[in-house]
Design a protein around this ligand. Structure first.
Ligand code: SAM
Ligand code: DTB
Ligand code: SF4
Length: 380
């Protein structure tokens, strides 16, 4: 596909050139979009954005690190990996009351979603997970969309989260399959895809995206987008993070991503996967408000608010709300793109044996049990 549109008010032409009705894009085709003259790419992405989304509404999420530091993984970008010497300490899981207070705070400052992050490789079926399920149920009751990012999950664990009222699960592919190996050695791309699949099967909204600025090529960025675009159902939300280079991590000396690269990546994501919400994620402290305005124009429909991401700084929420006012943007209400998940009694499974839903199959008898009952009768 040769993209030669010179952007003269051409929605129909756009649809033809980008063949928007299809689902799959090759990496090469995406790269052609990515490399378009920026001024045309901006126009085209903004046009696609307006066809699929309300451009003056932006979804606002607050991040909360419920379990900080001490992670056994070796993700080269991450200050929470135990093996790197960063300023992040290994902390205990937060208490339910603390999380509830933060949920109320997030709601009062305009967030529609609270995203709970844990520095775990994967979820374990232990009391800490039961505790997280309680957090999910509590935040859901507050009336916020609940998102979790807890590492790898099995389908059963994803189902338990769904039953507790989880709205979305964040699990990033981060980069292309090829480049992933350069950044992380303690797990593979397949593991990430499997968790995304488990989340999807549990009926939970998928949030999955990447990081730019780790030393990957433009081809790697586009290969990651090709993977998302080829999914039967692409993620509902795609975070685009600019690397926050943290002292003590292997990527501490990486050059900061420029605003233009961020605009290019968001615009390309917008064109290739038109229906998903693109999230302007980590790295906003290094982008001016004018730069962020461009990101919104080309398709960013969501941000993380609050002065901290998980462990690194983020713009002050009041400054963000002032920026929204200047731009005429309103924060999106919760559940605008879906229903509030109902809390299913099944979420208590493993939690309180007394309250478990009992196995039942009317009229069916288990021989062994019947024999035991008979034995009991004889004894008494
Ligand atoms: N441990 C879980 C996992 O890896 O899926 C959840 C938490 S992890 C911190 C969530 C995401 O944060 C990562 O997938 C990565 O995309 C992003 N992230 C971590 N450190 C970052 C950094 N320094 N700059 C930008 N994004 C970062
Ligand atoms: C995502 O894609 N970005 C967020 C969220 N999902 C969990 C995390 C960004 C973390 C930035 C580094 C930190 O603050 O520790
Ligand atoms: Fe652990 Fe997640 Fe950080 Fe990797 S990104 S080190 S899995 S917390």
């Amino acid at each position: 596909m040769k993209v030669e549109l010179n952007s003269v008010g051409a929605c129909q032409l756009l649809a033809e050139i980008y063949d928007m009705s299809r689902r799959t894009w090759s990496k090469e085709e995406i790269l052609e979009v990515y490399n378009r003259p920026l001024i045309n790419l901006i126009y085209d992405a903004a046009t696609v954005h307006r066809e699929h989304h309300n451009p003056d509404e932006v979804q606002v999420s607050t991040l909360l690190s419920i379990k900080t530091g001490g992670c056994p993984e070796d993700c080269g970008y991450c200050p929470q990996a135990a093996r790197y010497h960063t300023e992040v300490e290994n902390e205990e899981l937060l208490s339910l009351s603390h999380v509830k207070a933060q949920a109320l705070r997030a709601k009062s400052t305009g967030s529609s979603r609270l995203c709970l992050g844990a520095a775990w490789r994967n979820v374990k079926d232990d009391h800490e997970f039961d505790h997280v399920l309680e957090m999910v149920r509590t935040i859901n009751e507050v009336g916020l969309e609940v998102c979790c990012t807890l590492g790898m999950v099995t389908q059963r664990q994803a189902q338990r989260l769904a039953d507790a009222g989880l709205y979305a699960y964040n699990h990033n592919l981060d980069s292309s399959e090829e480049f992933y190996k350069e950044i992380i050695s303690t797990r593979g791309y397949e593991d990430r895809l499997e968790t995304i699949d488990n989340v999807r099967k549990a009926g939970v909204s998928v949030c999955s995206g990447g990081i730019i600025g780790m030393g990957e090529s433009d081809e790697d960025r586009c290969a990651m987008l090709a993977t998302y675009a080829a999914m039967e159902t692409p993620p509902e939300s795609i975070p685009v993070n600019a690397l926050v280079p943290v002292e003590g991590t292997p990527l501490e000396d990486q050059k900061l991503v420029s605003t233009w690269e961020m605009v290019r990546m968001i615009a390309t994501t917008r064109i290739v996967i038109p229906e998903s919400v693109v999230r302007l994620s980590a790295g906003r402290t290094q982008i001016s408000e004018e730069g962020q305005a461009l990101c919104f124009l080309v398709g960013a429909g969501s941000i993380f608010a609050g002065d901290k991401l998980l462990t690194t700084p983020n713009p002050d929420v009041n400054k963000d709300m002032e920026m929204f006012k200047v731009l005429g943007i309103t924060p999106m209400k919760p559940y605008k793109k879906g229903e509030q998940p109902a809390v299913n009694e099944r979420y208590r499974l493993n939690d309180d044996p007394e309250k478990r839903i009992k196995w039942s199959r009317p009229g069916h008898k288990i021989e062994r049990n019947e024999e035991k009952k008979e034995e009991g009768k004889v004894k008494s």
